[in-house]
Design a protein around this ligand. Sequence first.
Ligand SMILES: [Zn+2]
Length: 255
Amino acid sequence: MNEHSSHSSDVVSRWRWNRPQHEISHEGFSANGLVVKKWVAQTNPATDVRWKVGVFAGIHGDEPAGVRAAHILHRWATTLPAELFGYELHLYPACNPSGLKEGTRTNQRGFDINREFWCGSNLPEVQYIETELRQEKYDIILSLHEDDTSHGLYGFVSGSMLSENILRPALLAASTYLPINTDPVIDGFAARDGMIQDGYHGVLSAPPEQRPRALEIVFETPRLAPLNHRAMASAVAVKTILKEYRQYQSHQENL
Ligand SMILES: [Zn+2]
């Protein structure tokens, strides 16, 4: 029996919340340092965990909807939803703390941190997240972004059929809140039904050496839409991706 069992149900005692914080101290940063938070929702015993998912928000400091979505997902996870069974959920609500503080796309030093991954960056927030990605070896990596030039929802997938088959229902579910951008070209990339199979170099992604590759999806909301709709659309998209991924895995096992 753990300490929770005495005052909560067995189901609740299966879960525990960790809130480790990683202090970032690096020259050029304030004496107080910057903090990249990490929230972990995991089942207990850990043998129930089949897939690890990392959700990364606030990578650009002028994109608050993903941060709010991470908080929504945090609250959702504490209600022990059946949708999370089998998952260990890691939320990084504010990957670019100095940019979020200033409301800027870049970090305090003027770097777009989403162009700095896996190319030897010495930015402490990038190094921390790279270390996390290497240690955790996520099965699913979801990044939440916003686009002020898009009139609707869209996403980047890492190129596999699996990613596209999972992003499509996520966009549909999120379209309860905001329309999908069905333009043939979005953000300079060829797109189909709001999905782009391409991307920028240096974005937050699995370590280059990771095998098997993670399912990677970048979800974008239109920044000119109301904040609450953007946040709800992002949160619903994440939940739908988890549901679809589990279904896909079960289907594979039954073949
Ligand atoms: Zn962004």
